[in-house]
Design a protein around this ligand. Sequence first.
Ligand SMILES: C[S@@+](CC[C@H](N)C(=O)[O-])C[C@H]1O[C@@H](n2cnc3c(N)ncnc32)[C@H](O)[C@@H]1O
Length: 316
Amino acid sequence: MHQPVLLNEFLKYSRFDQPDTKLKLWDGTLGAAGHFIAWLKNNPQGIAFGSDQDADMLKIAQETVKAAFDEGENKNAGFLSRVKFLQSNFSDNPFHEFAPFDVIFLDLGISSYHLDSLNRGISYRDTGLLDMRLDIANGEPLSAWLKRASYEEIRNVIYKYGEEGFAPLIAKKIVEQRTTEDLTPDWLNRICINSYARAQKSKYVKNPGVKTFQAFRIFINHELDHLEKSLKFIPELLKPHGVLIIISFHSLEDRMVKHSFKALEKIKNDSMFAKSQYRDGNYRILTKKAIVPDQNEIEMNPRSRSAKMRILQRIC
Ligand SMILES: C[S@@+](CC[C@H](N)C(=O)[O-])C[C@H]1O[C@@H](n2cnc3c(N)ncnc32)[C@H](O)[C@@H]1O
């Protein structure tokens, strides 16, 4: 079961205190639509736009939303006229014609479905090919890239996006074995396990493949590039007082979000007569420190443990 991360915090900042009940949400990482459905249920007049780059996830989301409003007290709530879906990368600004929004939400990374059932090679337990793409109509599968990349390129990806100390050893084994072995998740996982074992670390680490798999997924999907591009235009899609809520699961993403929010809150003063070097920008940060799941949520949903939520509000 997919469990939405930091759901109460997301709802708390979702502008329901407003007298305007026709609030507008854009969820750019729809996933299994957990946050999306909760938002709609809490705001019976609200209008919600949902997009995901993964066509399979979008289908799952659409079915889940429909089922959530097909039963019980919400039956016939007219929800279909309140929602719109699109398959798109959020960095392509899919709903720009419907801006401005009261809430824009990005819950970065992957859904539990990617780890448990879609079999794209994202999890070391997958039995299929080593693909890793979230949008399988575009880009290059990981297996194809691994066959042509140099040792240095492979090592650098594992090191940069996975912060994996054994990157040189793992990259060396990949290059040694890539012409003789089938490139499957199991093969890659065995390389990671053997690399840790050689360094006698395996008894301290439960899943030696985690960092390497994460690194390749971030790289193959250009996840940081899409985030960087989006942080440049998404804040401008907010209404005055509207909020941008971002949950990240990787320190590089969180750093990027934090710095870009800071740069919007305080702008460099260009005037030579200005008293201080910085002036207030058109946005303010609502989370001086990132919001993180409490112990209870981590116990219920261990995948939430690295989540960090940051929120930016447009002032004018
Ligand atoms: C953590 S899940 C979202 C979970 C969702 N909030 C829920 O409650 O079910 C992240 C989703 O974002 C999608 N995604 C990741 N990066 C994306 C991007 N750059 N553009 C569009 N969708 C993206 C993934 O395909 C995945 O379905």
